[in-house]
Design a protein around this ligand. Structure first.
Ligand code: HOZ
Length: 422
């Protein structure tokens, strides 16, 4: 019996998060036994170069010594207190230093919690119900946000999930990503009713789609004029595309930011934060309630802090970007030689590639009409050649500091063999 069949007997769908099930590519998921640096070892003893990186957190690669040491030392002093500890303040300080738009932060345990809480805070603070999100953006799986969503929802073809009450869904306005005009129109009609806009400043859950010039600026302007809270969801891009996140690259100051993944260094931590006056509406200072037994968990704080300390050293993002550029340029060249239409995006340690001749990809419909069958073939060809990519045409990929010359050249060698077969 395969590991997956066995898992399906006891775990719903055999996985604890849907994209992992390989439903987007066919076949059975690989089961991971261990990971070190840029490499995974599967339960059947294969070694794979990893471009998933636990879906983003592992920016230093797996098992970085400084992170492991911090976690082990912290564990010796206790796993969880449910009471304040100094390491929470230390990590909070780092977050505020790296992302200056965050004046106060609240730690939570997952990106979903961060976005769900930020939405509640925006609603509570403004006294308004309506929110705006964009098609193909994914902000976790809370009710208000699971409407025309990306990531696993898109992979499985259920972007608006059953189970979300219609009465709640009617408060979510979904617009086309990168369509500034549509945003202006909605604000003209009902600006003073809108509590917040939530947006991935670089969309990473419908593959990777950067913002067009003026899009984020329009959101900022409309929000400022209408007293609406602008939430940049940087769960994926925060500390990943640049030290200060996408907001530093595009020079946009949000009212609130959500972060996750890298901030937990591979353990369950995420956060939301922003303007001090808005954060003051949060309990215990204000009336908007939010809480968590394991929020600020010392192990997760230690892993996050050790990770942020490592990525904060000068030159870290320059060399990470250089590595990602090498990978992406290599893929484009190989695809060109094989006559396969491919378009790529990258920023820092994040990349995306779409089998399409319709580049640059800037809209959800461009992603949705790309050649998914070709992606599936590519995915399996690369996996057979020892390269582990995200098992969905709608996810971004991640390069870590542990990906060196050897890993990149092995990856490109594999691509050289696979592209002509597509
Ligand atoms: N939502 C994650 C990708 N954007 C997938 C999480 C997982 O399967 O671990």
């Amino acid at each position: 019996m395969s590991h997956f069949t066995e898992a399906q007997k006891f775990i719903a769908g055999g996985v604890n998060s849907p994209v992992r099930a390989f439903a987007g590519v066919g076949g059975e998921p690989v089961f991971i036994r261990s990971a070190k640096g840029a490499w995974l070892e599967t339960e059947d003893g294969r070694r794979l170069i990893d471009y998933v990186g636990s879906w983003g957190p592992m920016i230093l690669g797996h098992g970085h010594p400084a992170v492991l040491e911090a976690v082990k030392n912290t564990a010796d002093n206790g796993l969880s207190f449910g009471a304040p500890s100094l390491i929470e303040t230390e990590l909070a300080k780092k977050v505020c230093e790296f992302m200056p738009s965050i004046e106060r932060v609240r730690m939570v345990s997952s990106g979903t919690e961060a976005t769900m809480s930020a939405i509640r805070l925006a609603r509570g603070h403004t006294g308004r119900d309506k929110i705006i999100k964009f098609e193909g953006c994914y902000h976790g799986h809370s009710d208000s946000l699971l409407i025309k969503a990306g990531s696993g929802a898109l992979t499985l073809g259920v972007p608006s999930s059953p189970g979300v009450p219609a009465g709640l869904a009617e408060h979510t306005i979904t617009l086309e990503y990168n369509n500034a005009e549509a945003v202006r129109q909605v604000f003209d009609e009902m600006g003073p009713e809108i509590a917040c806009i939530i947006v991935e400043p670089i969309a990473g859950n419908m593959n990777m789609v950067p913002p067009v010039e003026g899009f984020l600026e329009t959101l900022r302007e409309c929000c400022t004029d209408a007293g609406t809270v602008l939430i940049l969801d940087e769960v994926m891009t925060g500390f990943r595309v640049a030290l200060g996140g996408a907001q530093s690259l595009y020079n946009i100051t949000p009212d609130l930011t959500t972060i996750g993944k890298v901030v937990g260094g591979g353990l369950p931590a995420a956060a939301f934060g922003g303007r001090a006056d808005i954060m003051a509406s949060l309990a215990p200072d204000g009336p908007v309630y939010q809480a968590g037994t394991l929020s600020g968990n010392p192990l997760a704080m230690a892993a996050g802090l050790a990770t942020l300390e490592q990525i904060g050293v000068p030159g870290f993002f320059e060399s990470l970007s250089a590595r990602t550029t090498e990978l992406v340029q290599g893929l484009l060249q190989i695809a060109g030689e094989a006559g396969v239409p491919l378009t790529c995006e990258m920023e820092g340690g994040m990349f995306g590639f779409v089998f399409s001749d319709d580049g640059p990809i800037r809209t959800f419909s461009q992603v949705a009409t790309a050649d998914v069958d070709r992606f599936r073939k590519f995915f399996h060809g690369m996996l057979d050649a020892g390269i582990y990519l995200a098992p969905s045409a709608f996810e971004a990929g991640f390069v870590s500091a542990a990906h060196g010359d050897d890993e990149i050249s092995k990856t490109l060698d594999a691509a050289r063999a696979v592209f002509p077969t597509l």
